[in-house]
Ligand binder design. Structure first.
Ligand code: CA
Length: 460
């Protein structure tokens, strides 16, 4: 069979940057839709595509493909835990691998694979999304799901947990089959009718890909849109079995022109030189995900043994970082209580009033010690105050989701945080997936917190 592929990707009409990535290589096609603050989404989606690049479609089997995707997942999760600016990043991955005799589809998230065979379109993948699961349980109709406020909430992604179970399907290929891989920027904008028409009516896969992206933009282009189209034609003996012998990894233009790469490397630089506040953020993040990773590894010894090349390394690094992180978290809130104990000591020492020359010396020594203690205290309290004023977290206030300034703790009955922005969305109205995220009280930046609040109200 002769494979021909077309690919198109666009930032859309609303977003600033394109966080989708695609991979087109001889027999190997993938679409990944990244998510996360700043530039984290595009880094996650690109990491996922790069992770597939060295696969050999001719020899890969189900098991090896699953393990490859599990490995990609761990790499993204580890990267996310190491860099404060990448914390919480993730990506979908939907890939088609065309070997000699069989096809493999691997899938995590809410990007999709469609097959047009003999004029009939079928969605091959199931969305790992909250509305997708509600639909499968019969609690939502497709029409309700299409306009549901939480339709963009996904329940499975690469990089957000240390363990992931991708869907892998093995299918046959027929001459005339037309495949589409796409991000939800297409399927959220256009219905299956348009997809079926563009796949069926265009005789060139590149034209079909371009037409599909155009249709998504014409419908509003609310999200990044990426499509890969693959046509399975008869092998006429004159052409190579595949039309692409090169590797296409993109998009090259991510929306904000060449700024993209500059900003990205600047982000990495700033992470390296980050201060205590940023380390605190990493700590808060690691505390949850690395903890899960350790549980995951110990609860499944078979899997741990199977992946013994990688798991122990990841785990030991994480354990170290978790310790560091826990120290960081323990130090900050502990500063105030120890300060109050110490000031009690100062007060009692200053009231000592011995007499004579020796008494004067002792008094002077005590005064010097007291002065040193006071200076140390001021520096400690001041440092803690600066740290506290640089962190934010998302919590709830009177039932609504709200952005807090400060640490999510109280010391001696004194709250160290206050509400700076109250959202319009109630905690109860959110799906458990989002509620869990709020419950963790992970530290964040002001911008990130505000963006999260906005994303919730935009969904309403
Ligand atoms: Ca998307």
């Amino acid at each position: 069979m002769r494979l021909q592929a077309g690919v198109a990707s666009d930032v859309g009409l609303v977003r600033q940057t394109n966080e989708d990535s695609y991979l087109v290589r001889r027999g190997l096609y993938a679409v990944c839709d990244g998510m996360g603050g700043a530039r984290a989404g595009e880094i996650a989606s690109e990491m996922a595509c790069r992770g597939l690049m060295d696969l050999d479609p001719a020899t890969i089997d189900r098991q090896a493909l699953t393990e490859t995707v599990e490995g990609i997942n761990r790499s993204i999760a580890a990267q996310s835990a190491q860099e404060a600016d990448l914390a919480g990043m993730g990506t979908t991955l939907t890939a088609l691998v065309a070997g000699q005799r069989r096809l493999l589809v691997v899938h995590v998230g809410d990007s999709r694979a469609y097959l047009l065979r003999k004029g009939a379109l079928q969605q091959v993948t199931e969305d790992h999304s909250w509305v997708g699961e509600m639909m499968r349980r019969g609690e939502l109709t497709p029409a309700e799901a299409a306009v549901h406020p939480h339709r963009s909430v996904i329940t499975k992604a690469l990089g957000t947990e240390y363990e992931v179970l991708p869907d892998v399907m093995e299918l046959d290929a027929e001459v005339g089959d037309r495949w589409l891989l796409c991000s939800d920027g297409l399927t959220g904008m256009v219905g299956d009718g348009i997809i079926e028409r563009e796949l069926g009516e265009n005789d060139d896969p590149q034209t079909a890909a371009g037409q599909l992206v155009k249709a998504a933009l014409a419908a509003g282009g609310e999200d990044n849109v990426t499509v890969v189209v693959v046509f399975f034609g008869p092998d006429d003996g004159t052409a190579a079995a595949h039309d692409v012998d090169e590797v296409l990894l993109g998009p090259v233009d991510r929306g904000s022109s060449s700024l993209a790469d500059g900003v990205r490397s600047a982000a990495f630089r700033s992470v390296r030189g980050m201060g205590a506040a940023a380390r605190g953020r990493i700590g808060a993040h690691l505390g949850t995900s690395a903890g899960r990773a350790r549980r995951g590894v110990s609860s499944d010894p078979e899997q741990a043994a199977a992946a013994s090349d990688e798991v122990p390394t990841t785990t030991s690094v994480d354990a170290e970082e978790v310790e560091e992180a826990e120290t960081a978290r323990a130090t900050a809130p502990a500063a105030a209580p120890s300060a109050s104990v110490a000031s009690g000591a100062v007060a009692s020492s200053v009231t000592l009033s011995p007499t004579g020359e020796q008494g004067k010396k002792r008094r002077r020594r005590w005064l010097i010690i007291a002065a040193v203690v006071v200076v140390i205290l001021l520096v400690a309290v001041g440092g803690f105050a600066v740290f506290n004023s640089s962190v934010y977290y998302v919590g709830t206030y009177e039932g609504s989701v709200a952005l807090y300034h400060g640490l999510p703790v109280s010391i001696l009955g004194l709250r160290l945080s206050s509400v700076i922005e109250q959202g319009t969305v109630t905690y109860e109205s959110l799906p458990p997936y989002i509620q869990e995220r709020i419950d963790t009280r992970d530290l964040t930046t002001k911008e990130e917190g505000q963006r999260f609040l906005r994303s919730l109200s935009a969904d309403q």
